[in-house]
Structures are given as C-alpha cells and as structure tokens.
Design a binder for this molecule. Structure first.
Ligand SMILES: *Cc1c(COP(=O)(O)O)cnc(C)c1O
Length: 396
C-alpha cells in the first residue's frame, strides 16, 4: 500500500526503554528456576500505601454531587477549579511564596505537563539535562526533534551538577529531590542556577514531584523560594508521590506571570484550553482534601512511613560503609555498587545471593553505571528483611 503521509521521524530516534521489562524478565527467570526462594522487590518507583481516608471521603461525596441534578457539573475550566487552585496557593503561602491563582494550572500529573510544556518553546533551543535522570525529559525533547546536551551528575558533585557559564543553555531541567539519585539541592545551590538562568535568559523547568519528602532545613522545596526564580522558572508538582495519586491522577504546574513578560503564562493557558480537557471534578475534590487538616495529617503519616523505610536502608548501607546519596530527603537511595561492580552485575549478584531486586543505575543514563537505586515505597516488613539480607551478604 502506498503511503503519502509522513510520520514524525523523530520518534525513531527515541531509544527504546527496556529497563523495567529487562528487570521483570530477569526476576521471572530467577523465580522460575528457584520457586522456593522469596524475592523482595525494592525496585518499584510506585507508591504502595492506599489513598488517605480524607481523600476517599472527598471522592465519595463528589461522586454523590455528580449524581444529583442540582450539583451536577459538566465541562470544567481546563486549568482547574478555583477551589483547588486556592488550596495549592495556600500550600505555597505557608512557605512564604506568594502566587496568583492565574499562575497555577491543575493537570493530570507532572509527566504530562513536563512533556506538553515543550509546545510553547521553539525548536532551536539548547536543552540541558542532567545525566542520570528521569527519562521523560530526554525522550520528550527527542520526540520533538530537539538535540539534548547533558550535564554530568557524578559522585564528585554529589549528583548535583552546578551551572557552567561556558555552556549557553536555553532550557534547563532540574529535578530535586532527584529521581533516581535522591540528591536534593540546597536553596543556595538553586540560587546559583537561578542567577545563571537569568544571566543567560534561559528557563528552568523545575520538577518538584518529591518536594514533600524534604525534611532538612536549607534544602529547596520550591524553586520559587529563591529570589529571582519567578523571572526564569516553571515548576511542576504532583499529588502522585505526595498523596498516592499515581492511579488517581492530579498535579499542578506554576507558570509565573513574570516569565517572558507574561507570554509563557498566556501561551500555556492557550495550549491547555485548546488541547487539554482538565482533571475530573471528583479528582480535583480529592486533591483538595489532601490540603485539609485531616488530609495533611494522614498524608504526613504515609510520608513518614516511607521515610522510615528509607532510614532502614540507609542505616544498613552506613554499617556496610557503602557510599550512597538520598534516603534523608527522598524515598530513593542511590548507592555505589560495592567491589567496583557494574550496575547490572550488582543487580544479578543481589538477586542471586540475597533475592533482593533493585534498579540498575545504568538504566537512567551513562553516569548511572556503577550505581544502583533502591526505593522506600515498599512495606516496612519487606524493607527490613531486604536490608538484613543485604547486610548479611555484603558484611563478609
Ligand atoms: C513520579 C515522578 C513524577 C510524577 O509524575 P506524575 O505524572 O505526576 O505521576 C514526576 N517527576 C518525576 C521525576 C517522578 O519520578
């Protein structure tokens, strides 16, 4: 059959991601050969605790509203209902960050917005992305036909690359606390990035999906806590890791009025009202409940549960004298494979000798080779047993 239409050739340049399917295959093969062994999974990047009771109650009552003629709602504002935008505004306000309702856009999650935001940027921008990092930044730029420049996140810089004035970047991705490394920028370090972006006339796309895990003073939870950031940054955040919304779907993006003289904000509004249908009313009510006193308390309980798991893993690694980042302000622990092992070599070694599954760092970029990610999103019981097995195996 003849084919006149042309496909977007850029998609052929996106590298196939086999990371999680390769892991699944290896685990399945091991389990088939060793059916009596209990395999413990610390590799998943998804939450496991259920939605908080306050969130579930809000879902129920919003569903009831939708079933009554007098409270039924049809199409809503694409950029989000004002009740939720106000709740998000209050969340920033508590930390001394003043936002306008028009600067907050509710979405179905950070991943969608991180990809879609590229609609408002021209083709010929120099894109700067840390390596290793969350693969969505690279893949969405490659799909759009942009060339990507990498900056090295390494053990030497604590996996927190800093600006290099000899590089002229236009679009800079920062993720803090970071997936996969768990490393988190201090406010001072972020100030250096903001100064660099303002000096170059660049934009920082700041992924704050893990901000709620930050517990130490002096570390950034929002880039807008840094002076000058409203002139150069867009912030992406999500209820996914904060409140277990990975299956419920809700997030928000802040596009400040000051960025590009208001043009970026207006363009994003235009983009969203044209191509995005908004988040379901009932989901926005559920997200609103996250910010109520009950919701806040319940969510804090879940975050503490995960952070306790992170401490269990961190303590085991400290006892073993293994270098790692993360664990304190992040649900991820990023460790250096012992004995100079490669990422996949260590994966096999842990699976075969301790029946513990993690994620090889090499799957997140070139600089991830020789490192390994463990997550705190499992149950405390499994986390404790896995930490004990790792200790017994490596304490030889
Ligand atoms: C999980 C995650 C997100 C959240 O994405 P959602 O689409 O909101 O679920 C964003 N960024 C990073 C780095 C993540 O790991």
């Amino acid at each position: 059959m003849r084919c006149r239409m042309k496909l977007n050739q850029n998609y052929f340049n996106v590298s196939d991601s086999y990371l999680f399917s390769d892991i699944a295959k290896k685990v399945a093969a091991y389990q088939a050969a060793n059916p009596q062994k209990k395999v413990l999974r610390l590799g998943i990047g998804d939450v496991t605790l259920p939605l908080a009771p306050a969130v579930v109650a809000a879902l129920h009552s919003a569903a009831d509203e939708m079933g009554r003629r007098e409270s039924f709602r049809g199409y809503g504002p694409e950029q989000g209902y004002s009740f939720l935008k106000e709740a998000v505004r209050g969340y920033y306000d508590e930390r001394g960050i003043r936002l306008d309702g028009g600067e907050i856009f509710i979405s179905d999650g950070a991943k969608s917005d991180l990809g879609n935001i590229l609609d408002i940027f021209g083709q010929d921008n120099v894109v700067l992305i840390p390596d290793p990092v969350y693969p969505v930044y690279v893949d969405t730029n490659v799909m759009a036909g942009r060339k990507v420049t990498y900056m090295n996140a390494t053990e030497e810089n604590g996996f927190l690359p800093m600006p290099d004035y000899s590089v002229d970047a236009d679009i800079i991705y920062l993720c803090s606390p970071n997936n996969p490394t768990g490393a988190a920028y201090s406010l001072q370090q972020l100030k250096e990035w903001v100064d660099y972006a303002n000096a170059k006339g660049a934009v920082i796309l700041y992924d704050a999906a893990y901000e709620c895990f930050v517990s130490e003073d002096g570390l950034a939870r929002s880039i807008f806590a840094v002076e000058g950031a409203k002139a150069c940054a867009i912030e992406f955040c999500s209820f996914s890791k904060m409140a277990g919304f990975t299956g419920t779907r809700c997030g928000w993006t802040v596009v400040p009025e000051q960025l590009a003289g208001g043009k970026a904000n207006r363009m994003w509004l235009r983009r969203q009202t044209t191509k995005f249908n908004g988040v379901p009313y009932i989901v926005q009510r559920a997200a609103e409940a996250v910010f109520t006193p009950d919701g806040r308390r319940q969510i804090a309980g879940n975050i503490n549960y995960y952070m306790n798991n992170a401490r269990i893993i961190a303590r085991a690694l400290e006892e073993l004298g293994i270098w790692f980042a993360g664990g304190k302000n992040s649900p991820y622990i990023w460790l250096k494979c012992p004995g100079g092992m490669g990422s996949w070599q260590f994966f096999d070694y842990l699976l075969e000798n301790a029946q513990v599954v993690g994620t090889p760092g090499a799957g997140f970029g070139r600089n991830g080779e020789g490192f390994f990610r463990l997550t705190a999103f499992g149950s405390e019981e499994v986390t404790r047993e896995a930490a004990d097995r790792i200790k017994r195996l490596l304490l030889k």
